[in-house]
Ligand binder design. Structure first.
Ligand SMILES: [Zn+2]
Length: 251
């Protein structure tokens, strides 16, 4: 592990994060990723190069459009910095290996679906379909855990949420079901169980908190994709430690 590579991954992550915001915002609306160029959401002014530097443009303009002075969504700098930090964190944990490719794909998928689900309450099929073959290739060629660990992860993750989808009569969307199956293929069957528990815990805590401060109404649907992503990311990094800790508490 070298500091230079860690910083390099942070920068690459910031730039990728900026692109993932675009993917998450445009794919659900069936818009092209390349055209039209980015504009201000309020006044439509085309953004120049100096407006497109991840995080820094936002900070220098104090979170406002330079033209119309309207507030720019906090989602942009948050998505960018989260991608940068997670890319770096994954490298520090894993080092340069094929598993790092899986980890970076995983982070990318998490950021894109979080943006889509927060903004549109939707997890686009096209995004899942684009990641599936990439994840499969990495899992086929890796040397770590046997392949069935991940296959079972996909079955369990998708299977449990499919049950929830049926029992809840569609309250849990099919997008969540497919997403969690794909997460299972990335993190394996042990971590996917931990991920589900963490996602439910985070959903209850954060959902309850939002209700308490009256940011959401009691019956209002809350997107679950971001919680699945959060739970899966933590389980991927610390799943074994959490299972060990839990077994220690039991015995
Ligand atoms: Zn503007």
């Amino acid at each position: 592990m070298t500091t230079a590579i860690a910083i390099y991954l942070l920068l690459i992550g910031l730039i990728c994060g900026s692109f993932f915001n675009v993917v998450g915002l445009r794919v659900p609306k069936k818009q092209s990723l390349l055209y039209p160029p980015s504009t201000c959401g309020s006044c439509g002014t085309r953004l120049r190069k100096r407006d497109l530097v991840p995080v820094f443009s936002y900070l220098f303009a104090r979170g406002r459009c330079r033209h119309c002075k309207k507030q720019v969504s906090l989602l942009y700098p948050l998505g960018e910095s989260a991608t940068g930090l997670l890319f770096m964190l994954m490298y520090i944990r894993i080092g340069l290996s094929l598993e790092l490719v899986a980890a970076l794909l995983f982070v990318s998928l998490c950021i894109i679906v979080t943006v889509s689900d927060l903004v549109y309450m939707l997890i686009p099929n096209n995004v899942l379909l684009a990641f599936l073959p990439l994840v499969l290739i990495v899992r086929l060629f890796q040397h770590g855990e046997p392949l069935w660990h991940y296959g079972l992860g996909a079955l369990l993750g998708g299977g449990i949420l499919l049950l929830v989808h049926i029992v809840s009569r569609g309250q849990m969307g099919l997008g969540d079901v497919k997403l969690f199956a794909l997460f299972g293929l990335i993190i394996g069957f042990k971590s996917i169980i931990v991920a589900l528990l963490l996602a439910c815990l985070a959903g209850t805590l954060i959902g309850g908190l939002l209700m308490l401060i009256r940011r959401v109404r009691r019956k209002q649907a809350i997107p679950f994709g971001p919680f699945l992503a959060l739970g899966s990311l933590i389980a991927y990094c610390y799943g074994d430690a959490i299972i060990d800790w839990y077994l220690n508490v039991l015995t």
